[in-house]
Write a protein that binds this ligand. Structure first.
Ligand SMILES: Nc1ncnc2c1ncn2[C@@H]1O[C@H](COP(=O)(O)OP(=O)(O)OP(=O)(O)O)[C@@H](O)[C@H]1O
Ligand SMILES: [Mg+2]
Length: 375
């Protein structure tokens, strides 16, 4: 197994740039997710690492070796696709053994390796069955078997669970992560599904239009999004963004949210006069009568273990709150809103970037004496 290092990777197709100046390191044994919407450059990045696509510029290292111009077959990387192309006329055993047979490996060793891969994937009992009769989940296990039997330095997986239905995908997610833990294999996993990435990854690179917007552990990305795009992409329902402005008067910065004015404790002088977004996740919004920040309930969605309340604020934004099922709210109710202390991110509206000191400096509660209502 090995570390993968990608440095200033760039890929242009004629006039169109699919990957822009991408730099990241996948540590030895790490499960690394490339996450982003359709067309953001995930597959192109993966194909360059695997050697199936030549970069326009930049470098790729596998371990200490610069493999940028090395052929795919010489890179010792196994690739697993969404559309697992198995040989339908062959048995499970023959399918898994195929890459080793092509290498000309001695038969006894092939037998041993196939048995080991099958055991790891819990498919020993079906080794002599034809693949044509298998379910899609079992077919994907066989495809994984064909990848792990090679014992490569790294795995590239491009939406390998995309063809499975939701319930089965969740089971396979857990299995894939368990498999990763058993093999400790350096893995780059591509997905557009944030839940898949959050549940499996050690580290996530979240991409947008060819650019990595943020790189970090799932929790770090969820709790401290670097941009509006990331904050919006991660989480369901996604973060609320309430337009606000900041004004500097007599040495004190104040946030204007609708009719509420909030003093901003120090440091954030540079935010004054800029248009900002006050970002708060639905689970950090509370309904209370004791707030000057007023809103009307326009929708209630009961989800069994929680409910999602949609509200229109007096200032004209829509806010969604994820609250306990015990909270009583009905369409048409007039309520006050507060936001959990320390759980708000301020974004600069023009650049879409989070303001670094925002978490410590934004007063979160709109309740009480710190807030003066106007109008
Ligand atoms: N060979 C090619 N020639 C021209 N454009 C290409 C080529 N391959 C990819 N692209 C373009 O580059 C962009 C990124 O493609 P890529 O396949 O990497 O996206 P992706 O993030 O994997 O998307 P998806 O989730 O839909 O698979 C897309 O706009 C795509 O149309
Ligand atoms: Mg793709």
């Amino acid at each position: 197994m090995a570390e993968i290092r990608v440095q200033n990777l760039h890929k242009a197709f004629a006039e169109f740039t699919a990957v822009k100046d991408s730099t990241f390191t996948v540590n030895d044994g790490e499960f690394f997710c490339l996450l982003g919407p359709s067309g953001c450059g995930k597959t192109t990045t993966l194909r360059m690492i695997a050697g199936l696509e030549l970069p326009t510029s930049g470098e790729i290292y596998l371990g200490r070796e610069n493999v940028t111009f090395k052929r795919a077959s010489a890179r010792d990387i196994a690739f697993v696709f969404q559309m697992f192309a198995l040989y339908p006329h062959m048995t499970v055993r023959q399918n898994i053994a195929f890459p080793l047979v092509s290498q000309g490996m001695p038969r006894a060793e092939i037998r041993e390796r196939v048995a080991q891969a099958a055991k790891t994937l819990h498919i020993t009992a079906m080794l002599d069955q034809s693949v044509s009769g298998l379910t899609s989940g079992d077919r994907q296990r066989v495809a994984l078997g064909r990848a792990i039997v090679r014992q490569p330095m790294a795995f590239m997986m491009d939406e390998p669970l995309g063809a499975l239905d939701t319930e089965f995908r969740e089971i396979m997610c857990a299995e894939l992560r368990a498999l990763h833990d058993r093999l400790s294999a350096t893995t780059v996993y591509v997905t557009h599904d944030q839940r898949e990435a959050m549940s499996m990854a050690d580290k996530i690179a979240i991409m947008n239009q060819g650019v990595i917007e943020q790189l970090g552990a799932p929790q770090e990305i969820y709790e401290r999004p670097a941009t509006v795009f990331v904050a919006d992409f991660m989480g369901s329902p996604s973060m609320n963004f309430i337009p606000t402005t900041a004004a500097l008067a007599r040495g004190e910065t104040t946030l204007n949210i609708g009719t509420a004015k909030l003093p901003l404790s120090a440091v954030c002088d540079d935010v004054s006069t800029r248009s900002l977004l006050y970002g708060v996740r639905p689970e950090h919004v509370r309904l209370t009568d004791d707030s000057v920040f007023r809103a009307e309930v326009v929708g209630v969605e009961y989800l069994g273990n929680c409910q999602i309340i949609t509200l229109n604020t007096a200032a004209g934004s829509t806010v969604r709150a994820k609250v306990d099922v015990g909270v009583h709210a009905a369409r048409g109710d007039q309520v006050g809103l507060t936001f959990d202390a320390g759980e708000v991110t301020l974004f600069d509206q023009a650049s879409g970037r989070a303001i670094p000191t925002a978490r410590d400096d934004v007063p979160m509660s709109l309740v009480g004496t710190r807030v003066a209502a106007h109008g």
